[in-house]
Write a protein that binds this ligand. Structure first.
Ligand SMILES: C[S@@+](CC[C@H](N)C(=O)[O-])C[C@H]1O[C@@H](n2cnc3c(N)ncnc32)[C@H](O)[C@@H]1O
Length: 210
């Protein structure tokens, strides 16, 4: 087995206090602008089948799914009960701190898709979380990680803040490869209007089964 490319300091944060404290107040806001939200919804529309069971990881007030599609189920996992209760696209939710417990609280092969929208920068144990995502995805299930250039600087990990947009795609791809069990890992720029709106990239990966 090759050594990890990461050092513990890569995942340090300026604010190492309990995440539950930082997220105690609900933020009923959009974390990317409307054109970027529309680009993400369009990407989901093209990629997800309506009969999917969807996990929205690090979920909040918006899941950015297309408004006119009803998925079989959409389960949000996040930190704030008010944000998750007010999210009209969720069919259920669970409060769970991934930085304390990277293992997901779901049985094996529960979901067809896992979304991780504009939040990967807050993961302190991304490889353990991605390995657990692989476990809860069904064979051929898809992980869709999106990211932009906004962040809470005190809570984002050091390595994420050090690299640019394209390298963040490489970083998320490395998380997939290090977690193992993913195939077809691909990063792409789907920014709706470069320079005129929030940039938006997605990394997709499918659960690999031999
Ligand atoms: C920038 S917001 C993005 C929310 C949502 N995905 C969206 O696109 O609007 C970051 C989210 O990450 C979640 N989060 C942060 N730290 C977390 C942790 N340790 N465990 C689980 N979720 C966390 C918070 O609940 C917060 O809503």
């Amino acid at each position: 087995m090759s050594p990890s490319p990461f050092q513990p300091e890569h995942f340090q944060r300026a604010d190492e206090s309990d995440d539950a404290t930082f997220y105690v107040e609900p933020r009923l806001v959009a974390h990317i602008d409307d054109p970027a939200r529309e680009a993400l919804a369009a990407f989901y529309r093209d990629t997800l089948r309506p009969d999917s069971d969807v996990l929205d990881l690090m979920s909040s007030y918006h899941s950015h799914l297309p408004e006119d599609v009803r998925y079989r189920s959409v389960i949000g996992l996040g930190m704030n009960a008010v944000e998750l209760t007010e999210n009209r696209q969720l069919t259920g939710h669970v409060i769970h701190d991934l930085n304390k417990t990277p293992e997901l609280p779901f049985p094996d092969t529960t979901f067809d898709a896992c979304l991780l929208a504009v939040s990967a920068q807050y993961l302190v144990h991304p490889i353990a979380v991605f390995a657990s995502v692989r476990r809860v995805l069904r064979p051929n299930g898809i992980l869709i990680v999106s990211y932009s250039n906004r962040l809470f600087p005190t809570k984002a990990v050091e390595l994420w803040q050090r690299v640019g947009m394209a390298d963040r795609g490489r970083l998320v791809s490395i998380y997939c490869w290090e977690a193992t069990g993913f195939r077809d890992v691909e990063a792409r720029d789907i920014s709706p209007a470069p320079g005129a709106s929030d940039p938006l990239w997605v990394v997709t990966a499918r659960r690999a089964d031999s």
